[in-house]
Design a protein around this ligand. Sequence first.
Ligand code: B16
Ligand code: MG
Length: 219
Amino acid sequence: MTNKKAFIFDLDGVIVDTARYHYLAWQKLAQELGIEFTPEHNEHLKGVSRIRSLDIILDLGNIQATQEEKDKWLFDKNELYLSYLVDMDQSELLPGIIDTLKFLKENGQYIALGSASKNARPILEKTAIMPYFDAIVDGNDVTNAKPDPEVFLRACQLVFVAPEDSIVFEDSVAGVQAANAARMKSIGIGDKEILHEAEYIFPDFTTINEQFLRSLIDA
Ligand code: B16
Ligand code: MG
């Protein structure tokens, strides 16, 4: 009997190193508004929707803004972020990710995307990894942002796999909490102190071996 699990990948910070581009773009806005915005503050923005991210930054600076101002800042931030992606290609995939996707595909597993980003599809295209994915759920498809489990629940539904047979790879605290809330196996990619709520934590995909992936498939 084949054991088909749903392996759900976050995008920013898991598949590609776009987290630093989000940070640079938010930092520019924060600077313009006279708000101090550090890498520590940025951790709270990872996995969080664009709109919520802006609210967090404005709260840091105690700034009240009209909807019109917010819309302009959101637009400008996204334009700057997109300008960093213009020349993006496969070289921006994070180390070890392709080997992991290949192994799972060769072993007949479902692969899905579960990202908060509204820019997810062009990034998958630019990095030429769209063919690996059986299902894509991104910021355009959900109403509730991480840590709400909606994005991951929709991803497993699309491949007809139960949440308890689903595994999530995440680099953000909000994403790990979303996976746990969905009752999926959560695997943190990054700092073990920041991602301590995850069931397993690895610094990156080069440290995840085939034996571990096999154990997830056979669990
Ligand atoms: P966009 P992920 C998230 O993507 C990022 O971690 C987060 O920093 C960003 O604000 C969010 O996407 C929205 O992205 O502005 O491109 O719609 O990590 O869930 O793949
Ligand atoms: Mg992420």
